[in-house]
Design a binder for this molecule. Structure first.
Ligand code: MLT
Length: 262
């Protein structure tokens, strides 16, 4: 897996295929490995670039908090380093928060936006307190301590019961993450801005994707985003939860390709 100097860090990224560029931003607490089914499905017609956001995958663990602004600037820096002026950008959950920041800070770099299983609202008081407790636990007991509690919320009930290979892969992706990166990202997400005021200003075509059974960012949240964005369409992925890209890659990829090739 290649890596490239971006500011103070050596960022790892996957870079496969040829064609118009698409940048894929993973959620929490995952890595670019989350996007394996999309790299596979898109690479024949697109150059697919999936960074390991700082602290995750093979990118180095540096002190946090990992603010969404910093993660977005890392992505813009990666695009600079790769000579990409503009790309379609897809972000899942935390990756969506980063995609909002990328658009806010570097709007000219985003050709199309795909917001998967994410939300524009910031955390409330209770959400911030929950993240602080989770960060403390990860630091004290390791990443494994938070994984078991998260898995049932990340996938649809049927995925949990009937598709052990998906659950196994998800667990493996999560367990690789360093506890300090888990805590630093939680602290960064807790501080994130309210992206609702941005929605009306997005002037590129947007696809909002959500698993029909997403318990973390449910379809109602996705619908509200679609209504607030001038040029947005909605794809609800049947039989999928929060990691809809991993649970139903065919439907997820078809929706993305539809927007990319529009
Ligand atoms: C994610 O999947 O990235 C997380 O659920 C985002 C969050 O905790 O807000």
């Amino acid at each position: 897996m290649p890596s490239i100097r971006v500011g103070e860090i050596e960022l790892s990224y996957r870079d496969e295929g040829d064609g118009p560029p698409v940048v894929l931003l993973h959620g929490f607490p995952f890595s670019s490995r989350l996007w394996a089914p999309q790299i596979e499905g898109l690479r024949s017609g697109h150059r697919v670039i999936a960074p390991d956001l700082r602290g995750f995958g093979r990118s180095p663990v540096v002190p946090g908090p990992y603010r969404m602004e910093t993660l977005a600037d890392d992505v813009a820096g990666l695009m600079d380093a790769l000579g990409l002026a503009r790309a379609a950008v897809a972000g899942l959950s935390m990756g969506g928060y980063v995609a909002f920041e990328l658009y806010r800070r570097h709007p000219g770099r985003v050709a199309r936006l795909m917001l998967a299983d994410t939300r524009a609202e910031p955390d409330d008081e209770e959400g911030r307190a929950r993240r602080a407790r989770m960060a403390e636990r990860a630091r004290a007991e390791g990443t494994g301590a938070i994984v078991d509690g998260m898995i049932p919320k990340l996938v649809a009930p049927a995925t949990l019961e009937e598709r052990p290979e998906i659950v196994r892969e998800l667990r493996a992706i999560m367990e690789e993450v360093d506890p300090e990166a888990v805590a630093a990202a939680l602290e960064g997400m807790a501080e994130r801005a309210d992206s609702r005021p941005l929605l009306a200003e997005i002037s590129v075509p947007v696809l909002v994707i959500v698993g029909a059974e997403d318990a973390i960012t449910p379809p109602a949240v996705a619908r509200a985003m679609v209504e607030a964005i001038p040029d947005a369409r909605l794809e609800v992925v049947a039989s999928a939860g929060h990691v809809s890209n991993l649970e139903r890659p065919e439907a997820f990829n078809a929706a993305i390709l539809d927007v990319l090739e529009d």
